[in-house]
Design a protein around this ligand. Structure first.
Ligand code: CA
Length: 701
């Protein structure tokens, strides 16, 4: 058959590929390159890249599963991971194989139809790197390009894995200073034979940057620093020019000593229309602008979207959503690229909902905003965005210079890492939203950060979390689904919208629900109870004429800070769940409730218990749950720990690092042996309280 057009050729090959799958014949699939990624689900129904396509809309035109038949959705298969930490990854599906990353940056390849494991790769992230991150040892997904799977590891390596064998091809260390708290949790992006990755760490003294490498070899191509470094010490990178010309004069004091921040830990979006990469810049380090930059200047490029040339990294434009950030308002939240009608004509735009509570529509060519409306009822740091300057109009006292300030949103943001979706079919954005608030005090030096008072979270209002559908231009809410009882950041899991008039999203705290919602009116059309909580974004794909929906489950992330309103359960590993119409598989069983506590014998002296409580709240609660009564046991509830029964065993863990490989490092630099014993007394006393409560038949939740 003679094939005249490129489009016809692609169609023919797609059919041949489908036939090869059906007959089991070996046919080498066409490579995943820029053209195939650009075409996305137009010619194969694979999920090739973050967000399902170059525009990262988390939208699929597939409509085999739709509002008329979704009631028949049921599990097709599921597979367990070998880690019980938080799972945030979006899987990819390429030529019949699902590639998915897990906590600790491990990667699995599964047959996307049967769930049979093809291979598993463990980059062996050292356990002691775990506590370097603010928010669990998560990973948000892999990239795929020309036969290679790319994963950014928690300890900052970028690794290319052979997609067929699961064996590493190359590995580079992306971290410039391994004494600092750099971590990579984001999904790498690949375009034009380059792979890019950023890093997190702005809760600590770090300075953020993004690096592009040659996808075939790992050779560094360019690096873009988001904030200027020490004066007189250029980086020798492409960002030097714009930092000197524009950014440096927006900083004051000795900001470089605190790092400055700006870390780009998630949003990196390649736009073939302009051959640019959009980078979401992180928050300031430390949080307080007053402490970081002597209270002066906008501190570029914190809280900004920066567009750079994809080939060279050269600056093109920026828009700063949160000038001189003082509230951990990153602009790292997933960026969506779209074409929408503005005043009667189609415009190429960015849609963005950063932490700060305002929804932005930004012209992709120029970086100029077109709209900026609040997407939570009352962001209290700024009243609105001025339409002449496009700057926020701040409220008095928001900068907590001489008085405490309860910021709304708080540092978790009105929108977190969870991807939103945009449906070109409905014109609506589906946005996981949170109304959390946190206390900032002047001059408080907390365990991680100047300004942020981590000891007083217990008194904060319980956040309202919900999934809402918005008109991106007006900010008008079309519908909203409350995610009741959910206390972690940003209102449920990531979102998928489809051509079948559906929106898929998860929610939960320890266990969860997976929902299919009518994209037009917010009606829940189908839901299934899941044994694990869902934070990650669902995906969809079609193989052999069958559409599948897949989502990763695994409680964790920053949620232990708030604990849970669900009764604690035994710890469970993360999983991927896959659904199809008429599926006959079963999800894994619900994990049992956490058993009765067996406290160590007392009594414990009140004075010692009080000292121990102070140590726990300052040093342990961030991961293990604070206040301790709210521990979810997603990370171990220390009241239930066997290690608290014996002073020597407890010291072996807390001071000597016996559980380092699990991420529980030695705290000998922060806790002395006498303090360790006080901590054990506090945990013992709390365990006794819990045992009495259980004996009296009082429910834990
Ligand atoms: Ca942060």
């Amino acid at each position: 058959m003679r094939i005249r057009t490129a489009r016809g050729w692609w169609t023919a090959i797609a059919l041949a590929g489908a036939a090869a799958t059906l007959t089991g014949a070996k046919l080498s699939p066409r490579p995943v390159d820029d053209l195939r990624i650009k075409r996305g689900q137009e010619d194969t129904a694979d999920w090739l890249t973050a967000g399902g396509g170059r525009d990262e809309q988390h939208y699929s035109p597939l409509d085999d599963i739709n509002d008329m038949n979704v009631a028949m959705l049921a599990p097709a298969w599921s597979a367990d991971f070998d880690t019980n930490r938080g799972q945030e990854a979006e899987p990819l599906v390429v030529d019949g194989v699902m590639y998915v990353s897990t906590a600790w940056s491990k990667v699995y390849a599964f047959d996307a139809v049967t769930g049979a494991k093809k291979w598993q790769y463990d980059p062996q992230v050292p356990g002691e790197w775990g506590p370097k991150g603010c928010c669990d040892v998560v990973n948000r997904g892999v990239a795929f390009y020309k036969g290679l799977v790319f994963v950014g590891t928690f300890d900052g390596r970028l690794i290319a894995i052979d997609a067929n064998t699961g064996k590493p091809r190359w590995s580079v260390d992306t971290i410039v200073d391994r004494t600092r708290n750099y971590t990579s949790t984001g999904q790498p992006r690949v375009f034009r034979d380059r792979v890019v990755i950023g890093n997190g760490g702005a809760e600590y003294p770090t300075r953020g940057y993004v690096t592009a490498y040659d996808a075939a070899t790992g050779k560094k191509a360019w690096r873009f620093w988001l904030v200027p470094g020490e004066p007189g010490k250029p980086d020798g990178e492409v960002s030097d020019e714009i930092l000197d010309r524009l950014a440096r004069k927006t900083w004051s004091g000795e900001w470089w000593k605190g790092g400055g921040g700006g870390n780009a830990w998630d949003a990196l979006v390649y736009d073939p229309s302009y051959n640019r990469l959009y980078i979401g810049g992180g928050n300031g380090a430390p949080h307080s602008h007053y402490k970081r930059s002597a209270g002066k200047g906008d501190n570029l490029f914190l809280g900004s979207i920066v567009a750079v040339d994809a080939d060279t990294g050269k600056y093109a434009w920026h828009y700063q959503e949160t000038p001189n950030d003082s509230w951990d308002y990153t602009s790292v939240q997933p960026i969506v690229v779209a074409e929408i009608k503005v005043d009667g004509r189609m415009r190429k735009v960015i849609l963005h909902a950063p932490k700060n509570g305002f929804f932005y529509v930004i012209d992709r060519e120029t970086g100029k905003p077109i709209a900026a409306n609040k997407f939570v009822p009352e962001p209290n740091w700024a009243s609105h965005i001025d339409k002449a300057t496009w700057r926020p109009v701040e409220k008095p006292g928001a900068r907590y210079i001489d008085k405490p300030f309860i910021s709304r949103p708080g540092p978790p943001g009105a929108h977190g890492f969870q991807p939103m979706a945009y449906s070109p079919k409905t014109g609506l954005v589906y946005l996981p939203t949170s109304t959390n608030s946190w206390l900032y005090r002047p001059n408080v030096q907390s365990d991680t950060h100047a300004g942020l008072d981590l000891k007083n979270l217990g008194g904060m209002p319980v956040p309202e979390n919900y999934l809402q559908a918005l008109d991106p231009l007006t900010g008008k809410q079309a519908w909203r689904i409350d995610v009741k009882g959910y206390r972690t950041e940003a209102g449920g899991g990531g979102v998928l919208a489809t051509g079948g008039n559906l929106v898929f999203a998860g929610r939960g705290e320890i266990t969860g629900d997976f929902l299919a919602i009518d994209a037009r009116n917010g009606k829940i059309l189908w839901q299934m109870k899941t044994p694990n909580m869902i934070m990650a974004a669902p995906i969809t794909y079609r193989i052999g004429g069958v559409q599948y929906v897949a989502v990763v489950a695994g409680a964790g992330g920053p949620s232990p800070l708030w604990g849970s309103s669900e009764r604690p359960r035994e710890r469970q590993n993360g999983s991927v769940y896959v659904f199809k119409l008429g599926g006959t598989a079963k999800l894994p069983p619900m994990p049992p409730f956490a058993g009765p506590v067996a406290p160590p014998p007392g009594p414990f002296a009140a004075a010692e218990v009080a000292v121990g409580k102070e140590i726990y709240d300052r040093t342990c609660g961030r991961c293990h749950g604070r206040p301790i009564e709210r521990s979810s046991n997603v990370l171990p509830d220390l009241r239930r720990s066997g290690w608290i029964h014996d002073a020597a065993a407890f010291k072996a863990v807390v001071l000597d690092g016996a559980l380092t490989q699990l991420g529980m490092i030695s705290f000998a630099d922060r806790i002395n042996p006498a303090q360790a014993e006080s901590l054990r007394a506090y945990l013992g006393s709390e365990a006794q309280k819990l045992a009495e409560q259980q004996k009296a038949g009082k429910p834990e939740r």
